[in-house]
Design a protein around this ligand. Structure first.
Ligand code: SAM
Length: 329
């Protein structure tokens, strides 16, 4: 996932949320882009990284524990994280974490999809993680509108043998690599790509939604209305809790403070905090993050209310939803 700003944001997480799944730290811990600290006044701060967690020097202990005791992805994934930092120093954190990659890969192994669709390729990390869990002969389509990211992802897929440099439909891959899974990169706006996939009457056993959050509802509707989801297909939507910001804002006086450490006197303002420009930037950043969180909240409510669907919202990573068609019992 996937945050655009590298500014620190600060906010107390409602304890109601904390209790709902025993610890809000779990969400934070399994989110590669957030580090949780408690400041001296007892306010939980979420500090944002601009680099994938795999490369971050300090991690939440719960996240580190999960990573340490999970089977690692091969070295090539670590070098890919490094590549995204070099190409996008301010927004390399768009890439999922290694742990989420391990999770998606395992999901592919268990469910054995013949065809997978990803919206939001970035530099190809999640696509490659999923592809390596897919069976021989399977195909993954991934959509990306940023021309630079699409070019870098295409180079990667060719280099690693998922895409033939001259014959994109050749399943044997380039570079003589014979892993038998093909990746097709669809450059351009994901809504147009969905239109084109519908016209080709393609269907997908698994869909990973990880593009612009404001379009999640449109993506979902296009997928369902265009009959792009196979009968037993499922959709994984990423970032559905958006750092817990999908929850309604509550004032400090609304209770539950007992779960927070006792407040200590506030530290003196640093020169940076006195800077009106920096303050304005923080407010802008916060507003934009909240807008994205509101999109995710609208998406979650839309999915829950769609009579065609069943959904489970999970508090792992930045929140993921698993969505399937309702059983026609
Ligand atoms: C969170 S990143 C994807 C990260 C990727 N799944 C990974 O883990 O490596 C979201 C990507 O969606 C792309 N994107 C945003 N809006 C899009 C759109 N309308 N159509 C296609 N791609 C879009 C962005 O350029 C960005 O690269």
């Amino acid at each position: 996932m996937a945050f655009l700003s590298n500014l620190a944001s600060c906010r107390a997480i409602p304890a109601r949320f904390t209790r709902a799944f025993s610890s809000s730290r779990v969400v934070v811990a399994l989110n590669p882009t957030i580090r949780t600290v408690w400041d001296s006044s007892g306010v939980q701060q979420q500090k944002q990284r601009s680099i994938p967690l795999a490369d971050a020097p300090v991690q939440d202990p719960v996240f580190r524990y999960c990573e340490e005791l999970s089977t690692p992805l091969p070295e090539k994934f670590r070098t890919l994280h490094q590549r995204s930092i070099e190409a996008y120093p301010m927004s390399a954190n768009k890439t999922i974490s290694e742990l989420q990659g391990q999770f998606l890969q395992l999901l592919m192994r268990i469910t054995r999809p013949r065809s997978v669709l990803e919206l939001g390729c970035f530099m190809g990390y999640s696509a490659m993680a999923m592809a390596d869990g897919m069976s021989r002969g399977a195909t993954l389509y991934t959509c990306e509108k940023d021309a630079k990211a699409a070019r870098l992802a295409r180079d990667l897929f060719v280099e690693r043998g998922y895409l033939h440099p001259h014959h994109p439909r050749d399943v044997s891959g380039g570079n003589g690599v014979q892993h038998g899974v093909q990746i097709q990169l669809l450059e351009g706006d994901a809504l147009s790509s969905l239109e084109s996939l519908t016209q080709q009457r393609l269907q997908f056993d698994a869909v990973f939604l990880d593009a612009d959050k404001g379009n999640y509802i449109n993506y979902l509707n296009r997928i369902l209305d265009g009959d792009l989801l196979s009968e037993n297909g499922y959709i994984i939507a990423d970032n559905v809790l958006f750092r817990g910001m999908v929850l309604p804002q509550r004032s400090d006086s609304e209770g539950d403070e007992a779960e927070l450490p006792s407040p200590a006197p506030s530290p003196p303002l640093s020169p940076q905090q006195d800077d009106p420009k920096a303050d304005a930037e923080r407010v802008r950043s916060r507003t934009s993050l909240q807008r994205t969180a509101d999109h995710m909240d609208a998406f979650n409510r839309h999915v829950k209310g769609d009579p065609r669907l069943e959904v489970v919202v999970l508090p792992i990573f930045d929140g993921i939803s698993v969505i399937v068609r309702k059983n026609k019992a």
